[in-house]
Design a protein around this ligand. Structure first.
Ligand code: FES
Ligand code: FES
Length: 177
């Protein structure tokens, strides 16, 4: 056998990347897709569903830019495989505003208080805060309490002061303060 034939035979004719079907609810809509078992939930949301409001920063669980809600809890979608979310209820930043574009209390507060500059961290920041707002837990709205709340979301632009104000303002607008 020639070297070329040997090389040709050593290459499998089908992809070795296994696939699996997942069904999950995203922003209230049920979706079923076949995905690579190694596809990250962040990539599935952004590329599979074209919901590009979820951002990807570090891709290893540090920055919080990719935060979405999974079954009501804030989670890093870059640390979750799409197949792990099979059957889950996912909520992304696209669920915040009303259909007519009216901003949610959280979004309004970020706008009013200048809680963003480039906006890269903002979707993850908002989904994290949303999970805490919706959980019914008692919120500590002191500066320290808010800083603790957002400690898993890194922002390179704002210095955090206006984000802290925005969270407190959002709590007021949502009747939680
Ligand atoms: S992109 Fe997921 S934590 Fe940074
Ligand atoms: S507003 Fe730019 S990273 Fe936070």
């Amino acid at each position: 056998m020639s070297r070329h034939e040997h090389l040709e035979r050593s290459i499998p004719s089908t992809s070795a990347d296994p696939k699996a079907e997942v069904t999950l609810t995203v922003n209230g809509v049920s979706v079923t897709r076949e995905v690579s078992t190694r596809m990250l939930l962040s990539d599935f949301i952004r590329h599979g569903l074209r919901l590009t409001g979820t951002h990807v920063g570090c891709e290893h669980g540090v920055c919080g830019a990719c935060t979405v809600m999974i079954d009501g809890r804030a989670a890093r979608s870059c640390l979750t495989f799409a197949v792990q979310a099979d059957g889950a209820d996912i909520r992304t930043i696209e669920s915040e505003a009303e259909e007519d574009g009216t901003l949610s209390a959280l979004q309004q507060a970020f706008q009013e208080c200048h809680g963003l500059q480039c906006g890269y961290c903002t979707p993850g920041m908002i989904m994290n805060i949303r999970a805490h707002f919706d959980s019914g837990e008692e919120l500590d709205l002191s500066d320290e309490g808010i800083r603790e709340l957002i400690s898993g979301n890194l922002c390179r632009c704002t210095g955090y002061a206006n984000i802290v104000k925005a969270v407190r303002r959002a709590a007021e607008l949502a009747g939680k303060a």
